[in-house]
Design a protein around this ligand. Structure first.
Ligand SMILES: Nc1ncnc2c1ncn2[C@@H]1O[C@H](COP(=O)(O)OP(=O)(O)OP(=O)(O)O)[C@@H](O)[C@H]1O
Length: 308
């Protein structure tokens, strides 16, 4: 009934060649992907890349012009009621019931799904809002409201959770708190499909990512595999004065050495060799190591600097 993906498990989502145009604009231009059950899958890309449109087509909220989607083995379009209890959807702009507290919002969603209201408290715990249970939604901070909307998407214990830019517009601390929530959701065995324009975040959270630009997927793999595939050099940065430029240049695998008023930077493609030689010399003071990131992958794929 489900399609096997690389023999690792069942496919929760299978998308084949979906397209959606708005007039002349090809918002989604031939996207194919599959997501395995239990996987944390990220759809990444700058504003306007087509992430939301892709997600909404998978969720069954939008009809593609062509192509096919299987969600938990079923076609989500036209709207399929049997799928609704099995999927949780958090939209970019979440709407709540007016004048209800956080707990009441969740209890209302729970009752719509015929779920025991006890789940409301569990969800408040999961998203770290237990102490805000009796606070009205319009009195919550932006980050707390995001977490409440995720709790609402989860209250009926769906198998697949869709989150559209859940960490957008959050301050760094709130983003990190939400990462813990997302990890906790995955630890419960849920499949997560989420969009973000934060490449650094996706690199940390996702099992696999699809990098989108202008309606197309440019690359899809584990973040580490995408970065490794670049064969980009590592920068080993030391405190100024820990080593002379000529000594640094003579280190094994050192390709380039530069100095500025604060630090000495050694460029290498074999960081282990360079670092062990530095350790032998006791010259590791102020050590920082910078490897390539998904932003470098985006630059490599598009020839443009990544701008969220
Ligand atoms: N209903 C619509 N009518 C016309 N154009 C649309 C509509 N929805 C989206 N678009 C356009 O399609 C393109 C893709 O939009 P989409 O929202 O899918 O991108 P996105 O990657 O999610 O961007 P963002 O991060 O800004 O949400 C954009 O150029 C957008 O302006």
């Amino acid at each position: 009934m489900f399609t096997q993906v690389n023999g690792t498990g069942n496919a929760a989502v299978v998308v084949e060649d979906i397209r959606k145009a708005y007039g002349d604009l090809k918002a989604v231009d031939g996207v194919s992907l599959s997501v395995t059950e239990g996987e944390f899958f990220g759809i990444l890309g700058p504003n306007g890349a087509g992430k939301t449109t892709t997600l909404e087509i998978i969720e069954g909220l939008r009809q593609p012009d062509s192509g096919s989607v299987r969600l938990l083995g079923e076609s989500p379009w036209p709207r399929r009621v049997s799928l609704l209890p099995r999927i949780g959807v958090q939209l970019q702009s979440s709407s709540f019931f007016e004048k209800l507290t956080a707990r009441e919002q969740l209890e209302t969603f729970a009752s719509l799904y015929g779920v025991n209201a006890v789940r409301a408290n569990e969800m408040l715990e999961l998203v770290g809002l237990a102490d805000k249970a009796d606070t009205r939604e319009d009195k919550l901070s932006g980050g707390q409201r995001q977490r409440l909307s995720i709790a609402c998407a989860l209250v009926h214990d769906p198998d697949v959770v869709f989150l559209d830019e859940p960490t957008a517009a959050l301050d760094p601390q709130a983003r990190r708190n939400l990462w813990d929530v997302l990890r906790a959701i995955q630890a419960r065995g849920k499949t997560i499909v989420y969009t973000t324009h934060y490449l650094d975040e996706a690199e940390i959270l996702c099992d696999r990512v699809a990098i989108m630009d202008k309606g197309r997927i440019l690359a899809m793999d584990r973040p580490a595999a995408l970065v490794r595939g670049l064969d980009a050099p590592t920068h080993v940065i030391l405190e100024l004065g820990s080593l002379s430029v000529s000594d640094a240049t003579a280190l094994p695998a050192a390709e380039d050495v530069t100095e500025d008023e604060l630090s000495l930077t050694i460029t290498t493609r074999r960081p282990a060799d360079t670092l062990s030689a530095l350790a032998d010399r006791g010259a590791l003071s102020g050590l920082q190591v910078r490897t390539a990131t998904l932003e470098d992958v985006f630059l490599d794929l598009t020839g443009r600097e990544y701008r969220a």
